[in-house]
Ligand binder design. Structure first.
Ligand code: PMP
Length: 464
């Protein structure tokens, strides 16, 4: 079924969107034909389209609707703040109560001495700011050459000119946009499924760490200022690194005076059962954490760079230097109020523990899909997971891109009232933390049925 087919009752709305709204990552051809699926309502884990059809949103918006949609108390908090103080300038030496309270709360929840919070408008602007802070920090310390940034393949860090260049997802290097390349280096993705044949996890980890050390030897520690990593790569394919990898990369950073930025735009606020994954799951206290998404559960835009007292002390040295960066909406009182309410709800309802419990069940149930012939790998941690399709389970060779099996699988799910995200050869899920065990069963059974259906089609078409 095309989107157009089930948007008939709202054709005018659908047509306005198709004719005028330019969506992120538009695929021009299919969009011209099909337009978009337009939602008008959401509650808990469910979405309703303009025709009243209901879908279970296993994507969680865009990895972000952590507490679930349609929360009255969240709407009330936002409305109350909008009425009382809907905006205030946050520049230089003016602030607002909501931002002060949220900054203090984040300092309490963040690991180690990460006690300084700089609010931004979302994930991209948080990462962009963090990377510029790397240069700032080293410059102040008398190392103006330490501006290079090390990132990894299959990473996604945002969509500003700088952050899209720092990230590198397969298939995203769109020539037309002419990404920035100087001063940015990409190491291999720590993807265990795609590690060299016959190599065990420890040896793979050694290889990845050696690659970083080789790069430092080649480029020079005097030029590399920062290393950025999602603790679990999200948009690049739910890549859970080998045991010990992040700790060892962090130690390399320490040895060479390279700041470690943990991009926790996805992994924070309960996605894998913790406020932040860096320390709780991987045993590291980074120098900076970037976050967004689950910080407000997507109700309003907000991002943050949370950084160490050590960085603050260095940057503030001298007393008369300016931290010359920021946005009109930095520290927006309505966004910060939403952040406070979001954390309050998560604490009161014990959503971290719940994400761990239901997340483990999700892992267990999803693992059963690994038996399907089209499925090469099922992987994930708690409430972030994916299923990877392959042409051949032995060689792990993917199907030709033009087969588009992940889109066909997600379309088949959609027809059965389930949203999962197609990405390359993956179908990705990050449901709200309030998902129940019964809903996990629904997601896994429906996805399984969709995969079987598409497999049958591919066999009929002679593709498999
Ligand atoms: N970092 C990571 C790890 C992300 O997944 C994303 C968004 N998917 C971003 C940064 C960018 O965040 P935003 O879209 O809010 O700018």
């Amino acid at each position: 079924m095309t989107h157009a087919a089930h948007a008939l009752a709202n054709e005018a709305l659908w047509e306005k969107d198709r004719a005028h709204a330019v969506h992120p990552w538009t695929n021009f051809g299919p969009f011209e034909e099909r337009g978009s699926l337009i939602f008008t309502r959401g509650e808990g884990c469910y979405l309703w389209d303009a025709d009243g059809r209901r879908y279970f949103d296993a994507i969680g918006g865009m990895w972000c609707t952590n507490i679930g949609l349609g929360r009255r108390e969240m709407a009330d908090a936002i409305a109350e703040q909008a009425l009382r103080l809907g905006y205030s300038n946050f520049f230089v030496d003016t602030g607002n109560d909501a931002a002060a309270l949220l900054a203090a709360k984040l300092a309490e929840l963040a690991p180690g001495d990460l006690n300084r919070v700089h609010f931004t408008t979302g994930g991209s602007t948080a990462v962009d700011t963090a990377i510029r802070m790397v240069a700032y920090y080293h410059h102040v310390r008398g190392h103006p050459e330490k501006t290079h940034v090390v990132s990894r393949e299959a990473s996604y860090h945002g969509s500003t000119y700088l952050t899209i260049s720092v990230g590198k997802r397969y298939g995203d290097r769109i020539e037309e946009f002419r990404y920035k390349e100087d001063g940015i280096h990409h190491l291999s993705s720590p993807n265990l499924y795609r590690r060299p044949a016959g190599m065990d996890e420890d040896a793979f980890c050694d290889l990845l760490v050696a690659e970083f050390e080789d790069l430092i030897a080649r480029v020079g520690a005097d030029r590399i200022g920062g290393f950025i990593a999602e603790p679990i790569q999200a948009s690049g394919g739910i890549v859970i690194p080998p045991a010990g990898y992040l700790k060892r990369m962090w130690e390399v950073c320490r040895r060479h005076d390279i700041l470690f930025i943990a991009d926790e735009v996805v992994t924070a606020f309960g996605r894998i059962g913790h406020w932040f994954a860096s320390e709780a799951e991987f045993g590291i206290v980074p120098d900076m954490i970037t976050t967004a998404k689950g910080l407000t559960s997507g109700y309003v835009p907000l991002g943050a760079v949370i950084f160490s007292d050590r960085i603050w002390a260095t940057m503030a040295e001298g007393g008369h230097r300016w931290f010359s960066t920021g946005f009109t909406y930095s520290g927006h009182p309505v966004s910060c109020r939403a952040g406070l309410k979001n954390i309050e709800i998560m604490e009161r309802e014990g959503l971290l523990a719940r994400a761990t419990d239901v997340g483990r069940y999700f892992e267990e149930r999803l693992a059963t899909l690994a038996e399907l012939p089209l499925v090469g790998n099922v992987r994930g941690r708690k409430l972030m997971a994916c299923v990877e399709s392959v042409a051949n389970r032995e060689t792990k060779e993917p199907l030709p891109d033009e087969v588009g099996e992940s889109k066909r699988i997600s379309d088949a799910c959609e027809a059965m009232g389930l949203m999962v995200r197609p990405m390359g050869h993956l179908n990705v899920m990050s449901p709200p933390l309030v998902i129940t065990r019964d809903e996990v069963d629904f997601v896994v059974e429906t996805l399984g049925q969709a995969i079987r259906q598409v497999t049958d089609e591919l066999v009929r078409e002679g593709v498999r």
